[in-house]
Design a protein around this ligand. Sequence first.
Ligand SMILES: Cc1cc2nc3c(=O)[nH]c(=O)nc-3n(C[C@H](O)[C@H](O)[C@H](O)COP(=O)(O)OP(=O)(O)OC[C@H]3O[C@@H](n4cnc5c(N)ncnc54)[C@H](O)[C@@H]3O)c2cc1C
Length: 422
Amino acid sequence: MKEINSSEFEKEVLQSGRVILDFYSTECPPCEALATKFEDLSHLYGNDMKFMKIYRQGNRELAEKLGVKSSPTLLFYNDGQEVATRLTGGIKRSEIIRNLDSMLTAGRVEEIRSQIKTSVSEFDVIILGAGPGGLTAGLYLCQSKINTVLIDIALPGGHVSTTHEVSNYPGFIEPQAGYMLSHNMSEQTKLCGTIYKVAVDVTSVDLEKKEVVIDEYETVRAKRIIIATGTTPNLTGAPGEKEFKGRGISYCATCDAKYYNDKDVIVIGGGNSAVEESEYITRFVRKLTMVHQFDKLTANKQAQDKVLSNPKINIVFDTEPRTFIKEGDRIITEVENVKTGQRQKLSADGVFIFIGMKPNISLFRDKLELDQWGYIKTNEDMLTSVPGVYAVGDVISKKYRQITTAVADGTIAAMAIAKEMD
Ligand SMILES: Cc1cc2nc3c(=O)[nH]c(=O)nc-3n(C[C@H](O)[C@H](O)[C@H](O)COP(=O)(O)OP(=O)(O)OC[C@H]3O[C@@H](n4cnc5c(N)ncnc54)[C@H](O)[C@@H]3O)c2cc1C
C-alpha cells in the first residue's frame, strides 16, 4: 500500500498496470470503515495490483478533474484506463472483491480465493444493527466495560441517517438534521471503545451458538446477542416498482427530493412517514399528489393539518397504485379507486413510496417467537424466546416506533445484560 499525491498520479497510477486508488478524507467514518478492508485486501491481491491511497482534501484539483465528489471513492485502473464501477460511501468488502476479480483471469481468482484465511473473534456481546437502538445498547455496554461488537450491513445510523430533520429527540431546542444526530450517536459509542464492523455482508447468524459469520470468512462469537436490525420499507408490489426503483421511484425523501426542483411528484401513502416526508418534499417540488388507500389520512393530527393546508399538496383518497410505467422522463402511475374500481393515470417526474415497514428478521425468522405481524416478541428486559438473545428498537413487537423508544429499548437490554454478566 502506498500513499501518493497528485504529482505522482501519472506515473504511479496511469503508467502502472493494475491499480486500485482510494480517495480518502480525514474525519470520515465511511473512510475509516473502508480502511481495514482495503488493507486486508492489499495483502490478498497485492501481487497482482497496486493499492494506493490519496488524500482528497490535499489533492482537490485532481479529485475534481477525475469527478470524485465524495469520500471514500475507489477507482480501478488497468494500463491507464479506468475500469470496473467506481465505489463510494459504505463500501462492502464483497463489492471491492467483485471489481478486483473482474480485472483478473478466472484461474488467478481461484488461486487468490484459496488463500483467504478464515478468522474467529470473541466478544461478550454482539449487537446486530447500528441504528439508535443498537448504538445506545453499545454505549451502555461499553460504559459497563463489556466487550461489545456492533455489526451492520450498512454504515451506522439506521433510518435516522436518512431522515431529513428530527424535531422530537429530547435535548435539542432546534430540529436536528437526521444524519448529524445519527453521526453524533455513532461517534459517542465508538469513542467509548465499542468495536465496529460495518458495511459488511452478514452471511449467517446462529442464535443458539451466539455466532455471526460476516463476509463469508470472519466468525464473530459472543455470550449474548442483541438484535437491533430495524425495519425495511414495504413495497406496493405493483408492476414496474422494482424496475424503476432508483430510476424515478424512491423510498427516501432526504436522499432524492432535491432532484425534483420545481417538478411534479406523487407520494404513495398517508401515514406519519408519508405526511412528514411530503411536507419536506414540497420545499423542492412544484406540485405533490398524495395517493392514499383510505378515505382519510392516518398520520397524527398535527402532521395532517400541515399537509392539508399546504397549497402544493393534492390528495387522492381511496386509491391504490396498480402499475408504474415510464414515458420518456415521466413516470406514469396507474391508480385504482378501491371503492368504485375506476382507474386513472397520474403523470409525474418521480414517485415516493411511504407505506409502512417490515421487520428485518430474514436470517433468524424461524428461531424466534414473533407476533402476528412478524415482529420479535420480548419480555420487559428485551429478552426474546431464545436464552441470551435480546431484541430492541423497531424490530420488536410494540405499539410505538420512534428514536426515543428504540433508544429506551437499547438502554434496557444493555442494563439487563450488564446485570446478568456482573
Ligand atoms: C422516513 C422516516 C422518518 C422518521 N422520522 C422520525 C422522527 O422524526 N422522529 C423519530 O423519533 N423517529 C422517526 N422515525 C422512526 C425512527 O427512525 C426509528 O424508530 C428508529 O430509527 C428505529 O431505530 P432502530 O435502531 O430500531 O432501527 P433502524 O434505525 O432501522 O436501524 C437498524 C439498523 O440495522 C441494520 N441492519 C438491518 N439488517 C441487518 C442485518 N441482517 N445485520 C446487521 N445489521 C442489519 C440496518 O442497516 C440499520 O442500520 C422515522 C422513520 C422513517 C423511515
